[in-house]
Design a protein around this ligand. Structure first.
Ligand SMILES: *[C@@H]1O[C@H](CO)[C@@H](O)[C@H](O)[C@H]1NC(C)=O
Ligand SMILES: *[C@@H]1O[C@H](CO)[C@@H](O)[C@H](O)[C@H]1NC(C)=O
Ligand SMILES: *[C@@H]1O[C@H](CO)[C@@H](O)[C@H](O)[C@H]1NC(C)=O
Ligand SMILES: *[C@@H]1O[C@H](CO)[C@@H](O)[C@H](O)[C@H]1NC(C)=O
Ligand SMILES: *[C@@H]1O[C@H](CO)[C@@H](O)[C@H](O)[C@H]1NC(C)=O
Ligand SMILES: *[C@@H]1O[C@H](CO)[C@@H](O)[C@H](O)[C@H]1NC(C)=O
Ligand SMILES: *[C@@H]1O[C@H](CO)[C@@H](O)[C@H](O)[C@H]1NC(C)=O
Ligand SMILES: *[C@@H]1O[C@H](CO)[C@@H](O)[C@H](O)[C@H]1NC(C)=O
Ligand SMILES: *[C@@H]1O[C@H](CO)[C@@H](O)[C@H](O)[C@H]1NC(C)=O
Ligand SMILES: *[C@@H]1O[C@H](CO)[C@@H](O)[C@H](O)[C@H]1NC(C)=O
Ligand SMILES: *[C@@H]1O[C@H](CO)[C@@H](O)[C@H](O)[C@H]1NC(C)=O
Ligand SMILES: *[C@@H]1O[C@H](CO)[C@@H](O)[C@H](O)[C@H]1NC(C)=O
Ligand SMILES: [Cu+2]
Length: 587
């Protein structure tokens, strides 16, 4: 749609800038999807909890978007005393500038009683499995839902039907109690997860009393299924296998088809998605197995306590499936190696000629991460935390208003030697740089503790170039990469190769490569909600001010203030810019 009025503009001869059409979203405007966010008492795993819900449930309704098509998603904040934003996890480079859903990074949060119209356009080649979730505080523990991008092109893999299997955590404490505990000088941990839920259902892992049911995934004998696994957990890193179904084939990771890889189990962190092909048993095989229901076994990895949870794979039967009994002893073994799963193994389905080689890398940014204990317990990246309370206004807003001087920030970042500007707490990059970003785990300052951190990148997906123990050594890693074909991902795990080491000692790394092609403000952060709240977030700015505002200049002032006129409410129709309906402006 770029250049809606090119002929006219050429006739006038004075093309100066592009600007998204400014449209009053009154009653004549129909969003493609509507999500309503409330906070209310809600029951999961036989436990009532005050939770943030999308359309009254957790998970919220499934969204289906089309490749290359703009979808308008209206998000209402029906809560009385909390802000909300919605993030389209994995799709962030393909949303309009203010639509990435990161509070104080890409937009002002949606105030109570207000709504915001998100403009999202999945790119061609990104058909796959995603999810949406709130990006405020601990809300995403319940405020999340599946987002599937469909393609007009047929899938390279054939299957009869698909099933969504979204994993989430249950915590007994409320979001507010958890947030207060984590940010208090009197630090209080959230507690461990009470249950890993499947599509919102399940039973407490340790004391499964009551009548609440395990999730049932129904399949028909002899059919082929695409199971879409979504890591919507707050904390849990999960090992997952299916009883008597020893082999399935991975075909998608984070929205991209992969070459098929056979496996008997998955390891899925918060933020990750995998699709697998599962061939359901035939009637003959079911007779041989003497059962028509089988457990999904979900086991937490890398936490002080190991919790095991279940869901049920059910085949049609005259006997009702038993959804309230859980096995006394877990039926399946759990791999004792919790790091390195599928590293250097997954390959893109379609050959990717765009992978940046080491010689193309223009800048390597090593980000040391560790826990620090002073007045508070915080997670630091390059010596600093990032919390939503740090910026006075969103970075993207400051780029538009000119308050943020990205050129000066870039100078400071380069001078620091870490690629980090400690004044703005930004990692700025110029267009067309090729970055190698290395997350380097270090022991906590006092205890030497080491944990798993599933790092998530907003913006265009990065090439994951692996992970390993100790200190990152690019020469060594180049040798390992030889002959491999790195995939693009949006979430990969910085593993704990041990539970503790000496304070500040390097202990494990994860490396990414990214071509800086999509101007904007992109967060890169650990996806464990507790860690985010404790400061484990970074903000990258791709492109200078000119590159970022090129998408629309000027932008309407309604985006630039909290509760501004781009945000609607019960009595006010917002004035919204259609960034993908760009016209050239003449003066
Ligand atoms: C969410 O609920 C609203 C009404 O409350 C409804 O209009 C909308 O269609 C629902 N959204 C989805 C995706 O089901
Ligand atoms: C939610 O439940 C708590 C007790 O668990 C109760 O105190 C509170 O009033 C309930 N809130 C609402 C809005 O129903
Ligand atoms: C909502 O966001 C605004 C703007 O950042 C902030 O001033 C306010 O404190 C937030 N409200 C809540 C309840 O967190
Ligand atoms: C710290 O928090 C714990 C748990 O919430 C509480 O039991 C304790 O009294 C608190 N201590 C102080 C000094 O506030
Ligand atoms: C089960 O656990 C929950 C929370 O962890 C607790 O509130 C409840 O009292 C426990 N029930 C039993 C029977 O132990
Ligand atoms: C995993 O188990 C195997 C066999 O049981 C054992 O040889 C190996 O040392 C274990 N590895 C770890 C990291 O515990
Ligand atoms: C890290 O902790 C030390 C004390 O152990 C403290 O002096 C320092 O200010 C802390 N740094 C940050 C950024 O929290
Ligand atoms: C930033 O630097 C570039 C050159 O690298 C220059 O073209 C541009 O005008 C500068 N922008 C601002 C706002 O200073
Ligand atoms: C930024 O880093 C420099 C050099 O280490 C230091 O002098 C300065 O105080 C830091 N500024 C802030 C705001 O942390
Ligand atoms: C990296 O590994 C190579 C061997 O492959 C070694 O020669 C080099 O010293 C290592 N670099 C560092 C910084 O340890
Ligand atoms: C990559 O591996 C091949 C053998 O598999 C070897 O011939 C080649 O020299 C290696 N390339 C590099 C850059 O190490
Ligand atoms: C609704 O939005 C308009 C325009 O931003 C504002 O003037 C009005 O105060 C808002 N109403 C409420 C109840 O916030
Ligand atoms: Cu983390």
């Amino acid at each position: 749609m770029r250049g809606l009025l090119p002929t006219l503009c050429l006739a006038l001869g004075l093309v100066t800038a592009t600007q998204g059409l400014l449209v009053r979203h009154d009653n004549s405007f129909q969003p493609d999807h509507i999500l309503r966010v409330t906070a209310q008492n809600y029951s999961q795993a036989c436990m009532e909890r005050y939770s943030v819900l999308v359309n009254g449930s957790s998970p919220g309704p499934e969204l289906r978007l089309q490749e290359d098509k703009v979808s308008w998603i209206r998000v209402y904040n029906d809560m009385e005393d909390s802000n909300v934003t919605m993030h389209w996890h994995g799709l962030s480079a393909f949303t309009a500038p203010f639509s990435d859903g990161t509070p104080m990074a890409s937009q002002w949060p949606i105030a109570p009683g207000h709504f915001f119209d998100y403009e999202v356009r999945p790119e061609v080649g990104y058909a796959g499995t995603y999810f949406y979730h709130s990006h405020v505080g601990f809300q995403a523990v319940t405020a999340a839902g599946a987002l599937i991008v469909e393609s007009a092109q047929p899938s390279p893999y054939k299957y009869d039907e698909e099933r969504i299997i979204a994993l989430s955590d249950f915590f007994a404490k409320t979001d507010e109690e958890i947030e207060d505990g984590l940010t208090s000088a009197n630090f209080t941990w959230s507690g461990e997860t009470g249950a890993i839920l499947v599509n919102g259902q399940g039973r407490l892992a340790t004391n499964a009393t009551g009548s609440c049911k395990l999730a049932a995934i129904s399949v028909k004998p002899g059919k082929t299924y695409r199971l879409r696994f979504i890591g919507e957990t707050a904390l849990s890193f999960v090992s997952l296998a299916i009883e008597s179904h020893d082999v399935f084939e991975i075909i998608e990771a984070d929205g991209h088809y992969t070459k098929p890889v056979k496996t008997s189990y998955l390891q899925i962190s918060t933020g990750q998605r995998y699709s697998v092909i599962l061939k359901a048993k035939t009637e003959a095989e079911l007779r041989k197995a003497k059962s028509r229901q089988f457990y999904f076994q979900l086991t937490t990895l890398g936490r002080p306590t190991v919790l095991t949870n279940f869901a049920v794979l059910e085949y049609p039967s005259h006997i009702a499936t038993d959804l309230t009994t859980v096995p006394v002893t877990p039926p399946l073994p759990v791999a004792n190696i919790t790091y390195g799963w599928m590293d250097y193994t997954l390959e893109p389905y379609y050959p990717d000629l765009n992978f940046p080689t080491s010689t193309e890398v223009t800048r390597r940014i090593i980000i040391n991460v560790h826990q620090n204990v002073s007045t508070h317990i915080v997670w630091l990246q390059s010596g600093y935390d990032w919390m939503v309370t740090f910026p006075k206004s969103p970075y993207l807003v400051d780029v538009y208003t000119g308050k943020l001087d990205l050129n000066a920030s870039y100078k400071r970042a380069i001078a620091s030697g870490y690629g980090f500007d400690n004044q703005t707490r930004l990692f700025p990059a110029k267009m067309n740089e090729v970055l190698e970003i290395v997350w380097q785990n270090q022991g906590a300052v006092n205890t030497g503790d080491i944990e798993n951190h599933p790092f998530h990148g907003h913006g265009r997906h990065f090439y994951d170039i692996g992970g390993g123990d100790g200190l990152y050594n690019s020469t060594e890693n180049e040798k390992r990469l030889n002959g491999t074909h790195p995939v693009t991902r949006d979430t990969t795990v910085l593993y704990a190769y041990r539970t503790e080491t000496m304070p500040l000692t390097p202990s494990g790394w994860r490396a990414w490569r990214i071509r800086v092609t999509d101007a904007g403000v992109w967060m890169m952060h650990c996806h464990i909600l507790q860690h985010m709240i404790m400061g484990m977030q970074t903000v990258f700015a791709f492109g200078d001010q000119a590159a970022i505002i090129a998408q629309s200049d000027p932008v309407d002032e309604g985006y630039l203030t909290y509760g501004g006129s781009a945000y609607g409410n019960a009595t006010y129709h917002p004035l919204v810019q259609h960034f993908f309906d760009v016209h050239e402006q003449t003066v």
